[in-house]
Design a protein around this ligand. Sequence first.
Ligand code: RFL
Ligand code: PHB
Length: 403
Amino acid sequence: MERLTTQVAIIGAGPSGLLLGQLLAKQGIENIIIERSSGDHVLSRIRAGILEQGFVDLVEEAGCAGRMTEEGHVHSGFVISDQDQQYRIDMQSLTGGKVVTCYGQTEITRDLMEAREESGQQTYYDSPVNSIEDVESSSPTICFTHQGKEYQLSCDFIAGCDGFHGISRQTIPSSIRNEYERVYPFGWLGLLSDTPPVSDELIYCKNERGFALASQRSETRSRYYLQVPLTEKVEDWADERFWDELKQRLPKEASEQLVTGPSIEKSIVPLRSFVCEPMQFGRLFLVGDAAHIVPPTGAKGLNLAASDVSTLYKVLTRVYKEGDLACIAQYSEVCLRRVWHGERFSWWMTNMLHEFGESELASQEGGIFEKLMGSELDYFLTQPHGQKIIADQYVGLDYEELK
Ligand code: RFL
Ligand code: PHB
C-alpha cells in the first residue's frame, strides 16, 4: 500500500472535478484528482452544449477560457415551437443583456485536462476509488487502485465530483441522507453529425409525435435529440429512421432546411430529476451530478455543477486563506437553493414540452395533465412577462455569495 497526502482530494475528472482542481491550484491549494476511467473515455462522452455566463466566468477565472472564447458561439435567443407555431425567446433583450455560450462539454473537458497537464498537478486516471474513510475526522482518507497497486490518500477535504453513479454520495449515512427523485416515462435519443445546424439558434419543439431539440456544436456540427419511449434501443435507430422522425417533429421551415448525414455518435439518455440532501457531511462535499440530476430540457446539468464548484471554491479558499473552518457548514444550504431552482425549471420545461401519452403519470389524471401543460406553455409563450420568466431562468440565476 502506497501512502499519499494532499490538501484536497478530488474524486472524478469530469467537468466538476477538473474545474475545481484548476481553481484551487490557482489559489495555491494543492489537490489530487482520482478518476476511474481513462482520459480518452472521459472525452468520448457527448453531453451538454449550453453554458451560462456564470460558467464562462468561472472557466475564465480558472485561466482556461482561451479556446472557448475563440470557438464558442454566443446565443442571444432560442426558439420554442409549439406544433408549427414558433416563438423566439430573445434572451438578450428580455434579461437586460444576458446571453449563453454554445460550446461542448467535451471541449471544455479537453481544455481543462490540457491546463491541468501543463500546471503539473497530479491526476490518476484508470484509478477507481474503492472506499472513503474518516470523513468526520480532520484527516479523511480515500483508497484507490492504480495499475494493480493499492493507494491510500490522506487529505484535509474530499470533493466528491464522481457523478450520479459514484461512491461519494453513499458515504453519507442513510440516516441523514434524503433523496428526492422522479423518473420520467421517456428518454432522449441523441445524434451528433458533421452537418450544418438547421438554424443559427436552438429549437425546442413540442410535437404530438414527441419532443425534439435541434442543437449544435459549431457551424459544421449538429446535435439533435428525439423523445423516445424508455423501451427503445439505439440499435433500432438507423440514421435514416432518426432523420425521418426528426423531419416530422421540426417546424416545417426548419424541416425543409435540414441537412442530413452519417451520425458520429448516437445514444439514449433516461430522464430523471434527483436531489440528495445534504450535500456535505463532515469533510466530504458532493459536487455536480454526484448530488443532483436534471432532465436536460433546461440545459441546466452542467451549469448547476459549475455553481456548486464556485461555492466550494469560495468555501475552501476562505478556509485556507482566512482559517475560517466554520464556513464549510454553509456549502450545502447555499448550493441547494440554486439547485432546487434549476430542478424546478428543468422539470417544468420537461412537463410542458414532452408528450406523456399513456404514461402512469398522465393517465392517473385522465388526460387533464397534458391539457394543463398545453395551456401553461401557451400562456408563457404568448405573454411577454411569461417569456421573460423563461429567459431569466435559461440564462441562469445569479450565484449566491457566502455569508
Ligand atoms: P460526470 O461528468 O459524470 O463526471 C464524474 C466522473 O467521476 C468518475 N467516477 C469515479 N472516479 C473514481 N472513482 C470512482 N469510484 C468513480 N465513480 C465515478 C466518472 O468516471 C466520471 O468521469 O459529473 P460532473 O463532473 O458532475 O459533470 C456533470 C455533467 O457531466 C452533467 O451535469 C451533464 O453532462 C448532464 N447532461 C447534460 N447536461 C446539460 O446541461 N445538457 C445536456 O445535453 C446533457 N446531456 C448529460 C447529458 C448527462 C448524461 N449522463 C450523465 C449519462 C447526457 C448524458 C448521457
Ligand atoms: C446539447 O446541445 O447537447 C443540448 C443543448 C440544450 C439542451 C440540452 C442539450 O437543453
